[in-house]
Unconditional design. Structure first.
Length: 765
């Protein structure tokens, strides 16, 4: 093991076959030395055994020595010689080619990959051919891996790691990994450089193209000045109000000053396009003929007399003011709100009103709208800003006096983006909407000539201030006779046409239409009725298309049953109320009037009250009041005091999956409890509605017409209602009033006298 002079190299690494000149003086006896890398006083474990190639004297008298790396050497024991120099025992490691066949194969594969990676790096960095030639001249795997030590991109630590890797195959793998990292970095740099260059080239190309376009426009007389003049002409032709025209011309002046190359120019042009799109001077020629309007409404819709009368009155007043030369009052606009269950024809009435008055019709669906900007528009400071739906509705209508249908106004929401219902306050207020301001246009719009018709299923979810601005017209549903007329005049012909049948090919009698309406539907409107008729006609069309039936075809009871199946709705009041403790109540839901059966039962317990059926707070209070009244008036009701001892009561309203609440079930719950405790069943022909106080007074409620129609559809003939609701019976259709008996009451005693079957002697067990 040779003993060599150790020469440290600060932050530098010399590999075998690498030449280096160092400013130091060596004795003539020193033929070889060990070059070891050093960093912050720490020596490397492995160095390079170097041979002295030449000794020289530098200018100024200093001495230098040229060294050539031979192979690796591992430093061993160290000691200081007599001259004070550090000498170490060196374990020399020469690069021997792998002897194992598999190792030789692996080394050759690594050599090929390494050479390919270096070629790609040289291609990216640029090479005059000298480096490639030098690389090809190296045939041994060890020296080939050591060429990575020449790379300026490798750090000191990476070079030390490469020097200390003694196994040739491992060294090749390490060198390959390091050079792949270099290649990835160079490729990324190249891609970034190309992207930057491409962006710059694109901008330059677009600049030249714009200049060419400007030159072409000037040659054609279509330069920027002509665009500005075109806008000025459109503004003049739009016949805008003076203040609006001033605003438009100010924006045109800005466009002219900044030119088309400015980024804001496109925003100004979009704004001007919207401003011009508003039909400022366009108005439909309104037909103010009340007689004609009533004829159109009668032809399009059966029933709905309240709506037809209100529209007729509106046109009559407009006609009278026009004939007498009285100026229009912009604060007297009509905001009609049609409130009623689904399927009663609220939305289609709007189209009929537009047709009757000769106006354009636009529908705006507000269901689920939560952004105030949908009504007022976005401010122009936002990217992608647009006007609100009202401006777009006027643009679509092409006139300033259309009929605008605000559909589902009761389903408008609110969140962090604002409250659209608050924005509607200005739109639907006749005292304000003549100067409505859209945030995008930022000019006043006169909406006073617009006929707004809103629709809703219920009024409870409409905010109070908004509801106060509306003129509510209620759609309380149709009677059986009205459904029959609608089915005969509208639904049957429409479904027949949709199913590809002619009038002379299929027919149906009124008795079967009535049967479908009563036994297969129970709704306030006629939407489900139309579906059922469509099912019957589809079955008929299928039979004709298959050749199983020949026209003309008369629909009979068998065909109806085969198409629709068994009867879906029954007159169940007699069966349900046959047992004491069940009373028939009347209620109003979002889909119209409905019949509710209130059941009461008793069991052993601690005297509590159990309530089930998804009841709200109001109905829960009504149930507690009902029990308290029955207990406090047990003597009057001929109920034994012991009936309440150690007993618990359960009040249930079936259809528990449907939430129920409202102040109209008090007398029904009281009747059910009184029936249970007295053993007297409730008359199966009686339905009731009304609230109760602790003293037994019956309070008035709402929805009499809808509840009465529901009772009539359910086969009830007697309706008990509060005395103070007697006047509401005028709203009930005359044919229904003739078939039913109404009992206005003031106290719960009258209710029980009318509702309960006569007392019978009951044998006590």
């Amino acid at each position: 093991m040779p003993n060599l002079l150790l020469i440290p190299l600060d932050d530098a690494v010399v590999f075998p076959h690498m030449s280096v000149t160092l400013p130091l003086e060596l004795g003539d006896a020193e033929e070889r030395v060990l070059l070891v890398p050093r960093h912050e006083g720490s020596y490397g474990r492995v160095g390079t055994v170097a041979e002295v190639a030449e000794r020289a004297r530098l200018p100024g008298g200093a001495r230098a020595v040229a060294l050539v790396g031979l192979h690796r050497g591992v430093a061993g024991a160290a000691r200081t010689d007599g001259a004070g120099l550090l000498r170490v025992d060196v374990d020399e490691h020469r690069d021997d080619a792998p002897q194992d066949g598999r190792a030789r194969q692996r080394a050759r594969e690594l050599e090929r990959e390494y050479r390919a990676v270096i070629e790609e790096i040289l291609e990216l960095r640029g090479d005059d051919g000298s480096v490639s030639a030098s690389l090809r001249a190296i045939t041994e795997p060890g020296p080939l891996a050591d060429t990575s030590g020449y790379s300026p991109d490798l750090s000191y630590q990476q070079k030390v790691e490469l020097l200390e890797t003694l196994d040739v195959t491992d060294r090749l793998e390490l060198a390959l990994r390091l050079q792949r990292e270099r290649l990835t970095e160079l490729q990324l740099r190249k891609r970034i450089r190309e992207d930057v260059q491409s962006g710059a080239d694109k901008q330059q190309r677009e600049y030249f193209l714009r200049k060419q376009m400007d030159s072409i426009r000037k040659e054609l007389g279509e330069d920027e000045g002509s665009v500005v003049e075109e806008y000025r002409k459109k503004i003049a032709d739009a016949d805008m109000p003076e203040t609006v025209a001033e605003q438009a011309n100010r924006e045109v002046d800005r466009l002219e000053r900044m030119g088309d190359a400015s980024g804001e120019a496109s925003m100004i042009r979009t704004y001007l396009d919207w401003l011009i799109a508003v039909p400022w001077s366009q108005r439909s020629q309104e037909r103010l003929d009340p007689v004609h309007a009533r004829e159109v409404l009668d032809a399009d819709h059966a029933g709905l007399d309240d709506v037809k009368e209100r529209i007729t009155e509106y046109l009559a007043v407009r006609k009278l003011r026009q004939d007498r030369g009285i100026a229009e009052d912009k604060r007297s606009g009509a905001i009609l709100t049609l409130v009623g269950p689904p399927g009663t024809g609220k939305t289609s009435v709007g189209e009929s009103i537009a047709r009757a008055t000769g106006r354009e019709f636009v529908r705006m669906s507000l269901g689920g709208v939560r952004d105030e900007a949908e009504i007022r528009g976005h401010r122009r400071t936002y990217i992608g800003a647009l006007p609100g739906r009202l401006v777009r509705a006027l643009r679509d209508a092409g006139t300033m006096n259309p009929v605008i249908m605000l559909d589902e106004v009761d389903k408008v929401g609110a969140d962090w983006r604002g409250d659209p219902s608050a924005a509607l306050l200005e739109v639907l207020d006749p005292a304000q909407n003549h100067s409505f301001r859209d945030h995008y246009l930022d000019v006043e719009l006169d909406l006073s000539e617009v006929v707004f018709i809103a629709t809703a299923n219920v009024t409870e979810t409409i905010p109070g201030p908004l509801l106060d601005r509306m003129e509510v017209i209620r759609f309380d549903g149709y009677t059986t006779d009205e459904k029959l007329a609608i089915a005969r005049g509208y639904l049957w012909p429409r479904q027949r046409e949709r199913n590809g049948l002619r009038e002379d090919e299929v027919s149906i009698g009124d008795d079967l239409l009535q049967l479908v309406a009563t036994e297969y539907t129970r709704e306030a409107g006629v939407r489900q009725l139309e579906r059922e008729l469509g099912t019957v006609l589809r079955k008929t069309a299928t039979a004709m298309a298959a050749g199983d039936a020949q026209a003309p075809i008369g629909i009979d009871l068998t065909a109806v049953r085969e198409a629709l199946g068994r009867q879906k709705f029954f007159q169940e009041a007699a069966e349900r109320t046959a047992t004491p403790g069940v009373a028939t109540g009347l209620a109003v839901t979002g889909t119209g009037g409905d019949v509710l059966f209130v059941e009461a039962s008793a069991m052993k317990g601690s005297g509590g009250l159990v309530l089930t059926g998804q009841l709200g707070d109001v109905m829960k209070e009504s149930a507690r009041i009902a029990l308290s009244y029955v207990r406090s008036h047990a003597d009057e009701l001929e109920i034994d005091d012991e009936a309440f001892d150690d007993r618990e009561f359960h009040v249930h309203v079936p259809a528990g999956a449907i939430p129920k609440d409202g102040p109209s079930a008090g007398i029904t719950m009281t009747t059910a409890l009184a029936s249970l405790l007295s053993g007297r069943a409730v008359k199966h022909t009686v339905g009731m509605t009304g609230e109760i106080t602790l003293q037994g007074r019956v309070l008035p409620i709402g929805g009499i017409k809808q509840k009465t129609l529901a009772a009539h559809a359910a086969g009830l003939t007697d309706v008990i209602l509060p005395e103070r609701n007697r006047g509401d019976l005028d709203d009930v259709p005359e044919d229904v009033r003739e078939q039913m008996t109404f009992h206005p009451v003031m106290t719960i005693g009258e209710v029980l006298e009318l509702a309960l079957e006569p007392a019978r002697d009951v044998a006590l067990s």
